[in-house]
Design a protein. Sequence first.
Length: 212
Amino acid sequence: MSERAQQYEYLVPLERYLSAGVRLGTRMSSKYLERGGFIYAVRPDGLRIFDVKKIDERLRVAAKFIARYNAERVLAHTTRPYGFKPVQMFCKFVGCKALTGRFVPGTLTNPNLPHYMEVDLLLVVDPKLDAQAVSEAARVGVPVIALVDTDTPYQYIDLMIPCNNKGRRSLALIFWVLARQVLRERGELKPDQDLPVPPEEFETRLLRADAH
């Protein structure tokens, strides 16, 4: 390990990132992520592994970006069930709008609809599943921050956070770190202060059937 790598201070201990599986990708990767140095290694089984330092750096950048906006004009959206609780908890602490489940067409583009929302920033968990929200944001000029896996399309994404955007524990930790960092950037938390709840409180609870 280089001296520079040893000096880097992660937002949470490296072991915590690793145990939550935030660096685990898929067996496919885009050339964009490869060229950007986001892919750290390829396991013998073909699974792509993200560079954890890149994940950490992007979380810092994303937090600075989110903190610049009026929280009430920020929308966090996911159609992925494991993302429901993390998104809801993130919005609870940050003060933004949460939209979990199906994204009704026209939500960002049709002012005549009762569910229409006027937002300045969109945060999504998976651009593949959340494609309707991403395309509508692009149409009305709203910047998009997205969690992206190794094989995620990056069209219309303004800021990517490379990570495991499918795992239950990974999503919980990513949104916990992001929420804490946004509040630190705003000055609502001290630089060394934590959220009042641990990352586990951001996790989607497993049903009994899921445990088998």
